[in-house]
Design a protein around this ligand. Structure first.
Ligand SMILES: NC(=O)c1ccc[n+]([C@@H]2O[C@H](COP(=O)([O-])OP(=O)(O)OC[C@H]3O[C@@H](n4cnc5c(N)ncnc54)[C@H](O)[C@@H]3O)[C@@H](O)[C@H]2O)c1
Length: 439
């Protein structure tokens, strides 16, 4: 089987590499010439644990190829996965420009049957639009070539993407024909030998499943942040509350950690897009609107604590920040709470010294040198008036507290991820503020 992945970003590159890992011939296509040129030289555009050696290995074995020219590689391709971006449009809905561009390109150039699979996160009805776009191009050419469309939303998590793809909880596939179902079944067989199911359903349900999944996860986070804020007011400790409710199997332990709001490339845009989809179809998703509102205000919680501590004035203060990425194990800073925090701190006249194990290059690309980047976590503390924990990287979990205390101007920590134990920090001589515990 030969497959083509269009869009070689987080999802496309991981998908293509993992399919090649099980022996399938894969070509990853992108319009970003620099990215493809680099990949051909073995330079991986993103940080994702385990990805680099797997890319290099499969390129060497001759199973993984890169190209900027979709038209030239369509012949002989059995399945095309479209994994291009679906950024939010101005009104919050998913911008399908790239998805439809790919569909038209396929329609213009295909010569044999293909199964066109949308892997990008797209609203209900997109597969139908993809189908129309391909058919329109075939009609313009005056040719009759059979094809199928399918929806195969991706559930991988950045930071664990390779593992998630190789050992998925489940694979969701929306199909319209038995032929498409058989192809997808064959393709995913190597990943389901250990019992993880491929759940086949109709296309609109598959499209909706992805939004519903991300919206549910975002809801858990915002709910917990809301509870954390109330805990602080009422004198309860959210860490205990989390443990207390998480041990109920109906609730579960995951995704109930309070913090400074969700970010990343998916939750914010997918929540917005689902709200918009509902709105234009005459239904109001009231719960999700509240989820979004809570998340927006949660991004300011740490800043507000800092400001309050310093009596409303942080002008001239130096603030150390550990973490820039929206979560650990990734360099992705799309919608990262760190960006909001930096803007607010700088806006209030503070200086920011930041350290992140992998995201500093990405930060520099996004915001330049408005913050000072440190070569390690301890350097960021020199002459700083407070330390802010923004991303819960493992290496921040067990710092040398004596060194931290020595380097900081004040033994003062604001922990946006509840990484440390409040009692222990107090015993170690720190003033410690976190989320959901009254100080
Ligand atoms: N990042 C995640 O964790 C994740 C997880 C699940 C689903 N998704 C969804 O997958 C989709 C892709 O997300 P991503 O994070 O990989 O995006 P990304 O921005 O990292 O990658 C998208 C790639 O598509 C390329 N592209 C755009 N138009 C193209 C075209 N016409 N032909 C070829 N390439 C083109 C871009 O140059 C870019 O490299 C989105 O819909 C996203 O919501 C993302």
């Amino acid at each position: 089987m030969k497959i083509t992945i269009v869009g070689t970003g987080y999802v496309g590159l991981v998908t293509g590499t993992c399919f090649s890992e099980v022996g399938i011939d894969v070509t990853c296509v992108d319009i970003d010439e620099k990215k493809i040129e680099n990949l051909k030289k073995g330079i991986i555009p993103i940080f994702e644990p385990g990805l680099e050696p797997m890319v290099l290995r499969n390129v060497e074995k001759g199973r993984l190829h890169f190209s900027t020219n979709l038209a030239s590689i369509l012949d002989g391709t059995d399945v095309i996965f479209s994994a291009v971006g679906t950024p939010p449009d101005e009104d919050g809905s998913a911008d399908l420009k790239y998805v439809l561009d790919v569909a038209r390109e396929v329609g213009k150039n295909m010569n044999d049957y293909v199964l066109m699979v949308t892997k990008s996160t797209v609203p209900v009805g997109t597969a139908a639009r993809v189908k129309n776009a391909i058919q329109e191009e075939l009609d313009k050419r005056g040719v009759k070539i059979p094809f199928d469309v399918a929806s195969n939303p991706e559930f991988l998590k950045e930071g664990a993407a390779v593992d998630d793809f190789l050992k998925p909880d489940r694979i969701v596939v929306g199909v319209e024909s038995k032929k498409a179902e058989n192809i997808m079944n064959r393709l995913y067989k190597p990943f389901t030998l250990n019992g993880h199911p491929v759940i086949f359903m109709d296309v609109p349900s598959a499209e909706m499943t992805k939004y519903a999944a991300n919206s549910m996860l975002a809801t858990k986070i915002s709910f917990m942040n809301d509870i954390a804020n109330l805990c602080e007011i009422m004198g309860a400790n959210v860490n205990w509350v989390r443990k207390g409710i998480g041990s109920d199997s109906r609730i579960g332990k995951k995704f109930i950690y309070p913090g400074i709001g969700y970010g990343g490339s998916c939750f914010p845009k997918d929540v917005k897009a689902l709200i918009k989809t509902a709105d234009v179809n005459g239904y109001e998703l009231r719960v999700l609107k509240a989820v979004e509102e809570v998340n927006e205000s949660q991004k300011s919680v740490l800043f507000n604590k800092v400001l309050k501590y310093f009596g409303g004035n942080i002008e001239g203060k130096t603030i150390a920040m550990w973490g820039l990425a929206f979560k650990p194990q990734t360099d992705d800073m799309r919608e990262a709470p760190a960006l909001v925090l930096i803007e607010k701190l700088l806006g209030a006249g503070a200086k920011v010294k930041a350290y992140d194990p992998v995201a500093m290059e990405e930060s520099q690309r996004r915001i330049g040198d408005v913050v000072e980047y440190s070569k390690d976590q301890y350097e960021a503390l020199i002459d700083a008036d407070a330390l802010l924990i923004v991303t819960e990287w493992p290496e921040f979990r067990f710092p040398n507290l004596n060194v931290v205390k020595k380097l900081l101007n004040n033994p003062l920590i604001f922990d946006g991820r509840n990484v440390y134990d409040a009692e222990e920090m107090k015993d170690s001589g720190f003033e410690y503020f976190c989320i959901g515990i009254k100080k």
